[in-house]
Write a protein that binds this ligand. Structure first.
Ligand code: ZN
Length: 132
């Protein structure tokens, strides 16, 4: 597929700052160098400093699942970096469970779908009601 710089530039101008930050940090290895230049230029235009980009990188790498190629694993439900994987029943048409599949969840979707993960930003462990 041809790399269409004009379409990429259009996309970048309309993208969320959070998404651009993900792309220039944890997804950096998988990005076209020309697209990275555009994204860094756009972040600069929005007043995001190098320090803020570095802080975003550190915060996400601490929790993200990093693949052998150095990029972060993606959530199966959005494009954010995944923080946990869990076995769930794959459902045909979202209804009929057929086989267990390992899904990857970002922090948002892990919380939404009640998947447990180690949130480095969370407060001290709440008392667990399992076991004993
Ligand atoms: Zn997600």
């Amino acid at each position: 597929m041809e790399f269409n710089l004009r379409r990429v530039a259009e996309y970048i101008r309309g993208a969320d700052t959070e998404e651009l930050l993900d792309r220039v940090t944890v997804y950096r290895e998988g990005m076209e160098p020309a697209a990275l230049d555009l994204m860094e230029g756009e972040l600069d235009r929005r007043g995001i400093t190098r320090e803020e980009i570095a802080a975003h990188d550190a915060r996400h790498r601490a929790a993200a699942i990093i693949l052998p190629d150095g990029t972060a694993m993606r959530c199966n439900f959005c494009s954010r970096p995944a923080v946990v994987r869990a076995l769930r029943w794959h459902r045909v048409f979202g209804l009929v469970p057929v086989f267990p599949t390992r899904f990857a969840y970002c922090a948002f979707h892990a919380d939404q779908k009640r998947v447990k993960w180690n949130d480095p930003n969370a407060d001290a462990n709440p008392s667990s009601d399992e076991g004993s």
